[in-house]
Write a protein that binds this ligand. Structure first.
Ligand SMILES: Nc1ncnc2c1ncn2[C@@H]1O[C@H](COP(=O)(O)OP(=O)(O)O)[C@@H](O)[C@H]1O
Ligand SMILES: [Mg+2]
Length: 305
């Protein structure tokens, strides 16, 4: 079910590049006792930011993936049928789900992609936010220990369910908008997550990925994840081919793999994603060098005409 409890003693938090303003806003909102939604496109560092803040503040942290299968029972918890036969309904036979666990621990409950969860599950969260407790049939009340907060992430461009996030939710949470970071910060993120490569080339990879967000045929461009994968794939491909990562053809092959599935074309676009990636690659890296096939052998290119 993707439930992953990370306590302060758990996995070390990863360093966050930039985002000092968002960190400050999130810390202040949580200190003030507010529930928070982090809203922004995929890959803008929502999970990274929350892990950092939870780690720094020494807060226990329960993580749950939001999807259509997250029923109220899965979120809250359920009675173990075999145990119930033996011992009846009671606290000993109830298996806490992430919400019950977070309430008891006074933890941060982090719900990824909250827009994807079913309406009934959303209603459970609304109730908990309003009342600070939860009533479970045949178990009784679970009261939120101090420290319990809901932090939700949501992608406003998601085709699924964003319209459903009703004013009932928005009225109970504070909102921190997470936009794309600057080119400089994104380059630093790629440096942190990807292999060591030529710095100028890495910056151009980030520039290429940023171009996907501006192209008129693209509705939603690639996140920084595309840039991280592009650098990793180019490095792997270049090693297999015995070429440099800056090799034009190798970079294009890697760009097609890393980016063509990540961009969502506009409805009006009458072309393929590969086609758009090729165009953007040429715009960023120029046309294929004429002596490209010989660059490994040094400058001794075959004489032209
Ligand atoms: N500001 C940042 N600092 C460090 N790493 C980042 C940052 N933003 C994004 N990343 C990296 O980019 C990837 C996506 O970030 P993530 O936090 O999972 O985004 P989101 O939760 O918004 O989809 C991860 O590999 C993450 O480590
Ligand atoms: Mg995330």
């Amino acid at each position: 079910m993707g439930v992953d409890v990370v306590t302060p003693a758990g996995p070390a938090t990863v360093p966050v590049v930039g985002r000092s303003r968002e960190v400050e806003l999130l810390v202040a909102a949580l200190e003030a006792g507010a529930h928070v939604v982090l809203e922004g496109p995929p890959g803008t560092g929502k999970t990274t930011l929350l892990r950092e803040v939870a780690g720094e503040a020494d807060l226990p942290f329960v993580f749950v993936e939001g999807n259509a299968e997250l029923t109220p029972a899965r979120l809250v918890g359920t009675f173990d049928p075999a145990q119930v036969l033996d011992r009846g309904y009671g606290p000993e036979t109830f298996v806490d789900g992430p919400l019950a666990e977070a309430l008891r621990l006074g933890a941060l409950l982090y719900v990824e992609e909250i827009n994807r969860i079913p309406e009934e599950t959303l209603n459970v969260l609304i109730t908990v936010m309003s009342e600070g407790e939860l009533h479970v049939p045949r178990l009784g009340r679970i009261v939120a220990a101090s420290g319990f907060r809901l932090v939700a992430a949501m992608n406003p461009f998601d085709a699924v369910g964003t319209a459903r996030i009703s004013s009932a939710v928005y009225d109970r949470v504070c909102r921190i908008a997470m936009g794309y970071q600057t080119a400089q910060d994104e380059t630093a993120v790629v440096a942190l997550r990807g292999p060591a490569v030529d710095e100028r080339w890495r910056a151009r990879v980030v520039a290429l990925v940023r171009r996907t967000r501006e192209h008129p045929d693209v509705a939603v461009g690639s996140s920084v994840r595309g840039a991280i994968d592009l650098v990793r794939i180019t490095a792997a491909l270049a090693a297999r081919r015995g070429r440099d990562v800056t090799d034009w053809v190798t970079g294009l092959d890697a760009a097609l793999v890393a980016l063509s599935g990540r961009i969502r074309l506009a409805d009006s676009a009458a072309r393929t994603a590969e086609d758009v990636v090729r165009e953007l690659y040429r715009a960023e890296f120029g046309e294929r060098p004429r002596d490209d096939a010989d660059t490994v052998d040094g400058g001794d290119a075959p004489g032209g005409a």
